[in-house]
Design a protein around this ligand. Structure first.
Ligand SMILES: NC(=O)c1ccc[n+]([C@@H]2O[C@H](COP(=O)([O-])OP(=O)(O)OC[C@H]3O[C@@H](n4cnc5c(N)ncnc54)[C@H](O)[C@@H]3O)[C@@H](O)[C@H]2O)c1
Length: 255
């Protein structure tokens, strides 16, 4: 019951890690605002959650790369539910494996727009509401922010930007009692992961190899990342701000 009478806003909340966050917070009695570009999948999830607890979920359709759409969605969620206690900036894309010289500036800018500038814009829009609740922001970065990733320079840079932004904003809003943290997953079994593996020569052996990158011998499930977010958003993490939590199944160990 850690989120009873509280509201969480999740961008990209219809599928993958975002959906895992939505399910974990909802199970703790949260009211969930799902912002996603996929109207049908988002609405199906909200319907399922509302059948469990009427009025506990709603969706706003927005492309997070469009700042006006994203700002409107955040404000509409806050006005509908009366408050925001946690914003999870999760929506993101990972382009296919592409060497730097083959990726255009326009493609890189799109990656930055979806993965980083959405984090910037949504945080700006949510701050007035988070000041009232002394709430939290959680940015879904990636271990690629600190380890890099071959043929993924734009993606890794966008995730690094989210991590640096987390630390800088945490300093700025600590005075308001707002905590800002990032989560850095290594590999999580999501539609994005399967699409990315599908862009490689042998998708199944890529997925097997990716599983073995973690000493735990597997990828994370989306809800495992959702539980890290729940911890960061709860009073259990009341003295944690500006951190990048490496939820990586041990992937960075034993270099
Ligand atoms: N899957 C992993 O292994 C992994 C690892 C580290 C970090 N991440 C990060 O976690 C986040 C979620 O990844 P995922 O694997 O769950 O992705 P996913 O593609 O499985 O799900 C992403 C969700 O975001 C939505 N979305 C995508 N672009 C959007 C846009 N422009 N506007 C609105 N909604 C949009 C999609 O419709 C979908 O519902 C991303 O930021 C990603 O970089 C993922």
């Amino acid at each position: 019951m850690r989120f009873q009478n509280k509201v969480v806003v999740v961008t990209g909340g219809a599928a993958g890690i975002g959906r895992g966050c939505v399910e974990v917070f909802h199970a703790e009695q949260a009211t969930v605002a799902i912002i996603d570009r996929d109207a049908a999948v988002a609405q199906a999830l909200a319907d399922q959650l509302n059948s469990l607890r009427p009025g506990s979920a709603a969706t706003w359709v927005a492309d997070v790369a469009q700042s006006d759409q994203l700002q409107s969605a955040i404000r509409a969620a806050a006005e509908t539910f009366g408050r925001i206690d946690c914003l999870i900036n999760n929506a993101g894309i990972h382009p296919p494996d592409t060497p730097l010289e083959q990726m255009s500036l326009a493609e890189a800018q799109q990656v930055m727009a979806v993965n980083f500038f959405s984090t910037y814009v949504a945080s700006q829009a949510a701050l007035p509401y988070l000041r009232t609740t002394r709430g939290t922001i959680i940015n879904m970065s990636s271990m690629t922010a600190v380890l890099g990733q071959k043929n993924s320079a734009a993606y890794a840079a966008s995730k690094g930007a989210q991590l640096s932004f987390t630390k800088a904003l945490a300093l700025e809003v600590a005075v308001d009692g707002i905590r800002v943290n990032a989560v850095l997953p290594s590999n999580v079994d999501t539609p994005l992961m399967r699409a990315w593996a599908g862009s490689l020569a042998d998708p199944q052996s890529a997925l097997d190899r990716i599983a073995q990158l973690q000493p735990l011998g597997r990828m994370a499930q989306p809800q495992e990342i959702g539980r890290v977010c729940l911890f960061l958003a709860s009073e259990d993490a009341s003295f944690i701000t500006g951190q990048g939590i490496e939820a990586d199944g041990g992937a960075a160990l034993d270099y």
